[in-house]
Design a protein around this ligand. Sequence first.
Ligand code: NDP
Length: 316
Amino acid sequence: MAEHPISIGSGEIEQVLRDTELLPVLERALANFSSEGGGGGVEQPVRSTVPVAKYNGFLGVMPAYSAEDDALVTKIVRFYQTTSSSASSHHATVLLFDPRNGILKAVMDGRVITERRTALVSAIATKYLKRQNLDVLCILGAGPQAVSHYEIFTQMFPFKQVKVWSRTRERVEKFVKTVKGPVQMCTSAKEAVLGADVVITVTMATEPVLFGEWVKPGAHVNAVGACRPEWRELDDGLMKSAVLYVDSREAAMRESGDVILSGAEIFAELGEVVKGTKPALCERTTVFKSLGMAIEDAVAAKLVYDRWEVKNKQKS
Ligand code: NDP
């Protein structure tokens, strides 16, 4: 049979992908991924990344299969270090295959899937690892990931104040216009972090932007950037004093500069906390080091495809 994949663009994905539907699907996928002995039916190697050094870029290939969702997907991500705040640093394409025969069913724009699934996984970590009172949210970075995290965190949690910092004023002003909700613009990362109950780092930093001495004891940190073994967002002080959770132990030991260079010990995978096989030590300062997993893209893309199919059947 010839392959005639359908193409699903970001506008259509925005219409069919609901955060409320994706959240439990991701939570289940994290638990399946972290099931002992591969019992969760998830196949996922660590991402293969090719540097495009001449242009300060990287191309990553992220395949995964979830037996429970019957989702066979590869995401191809490209990320570039750029000095322009108007150019996108990340591009992603998701390929969805028919797991029964390997035929390519759909080619999807990966932007919306990546933005929503990353912020929802940070929200899942926060749901389990936060302390009771959540008054102040701090976001370091003001790009697309900062926007999706702002949207999801202000919907899911009762924050009274959101503080945002980025290196350039221009970027923060663009962020404020995009999110439309209340935001306190900070002139330094320290000002944004002091007193925060939850801190999210979503920068393209290669040196630490978040220092342990600023972090309120018992706060929860979602560290989302720094996906290269030599890149940092968090300093050694925070990495070593906090209880460290990761999405994938194997990936963290291979890709995360914050984990590798600090020598911090990994306490658990987030999926182990979701399953209940490892505790959530909420009274301590906690860090969730997110690198992003292909299985998250796989289950999100399958959900998009299923909802897109229903919508198109209704139309015809
Ligand atoms: P953008 O490139 O659009 O945003 C980058 C932000 O980082 C801007 O606020 C920019 O500030 C800031 N920044 C850029 N370079 C530096 C630097 N050297 N030091 C400090 N700040 C810097 O990225 P996205 O919003 O798309 O992604 C944010 C991060 O999340 C990236 O690291 C990305 O790789 C990561 N990511 C992680 C995923 C996961 O699953 N864990 C999934 C997708 C992305 P300014 O312009 O003001 O200088």
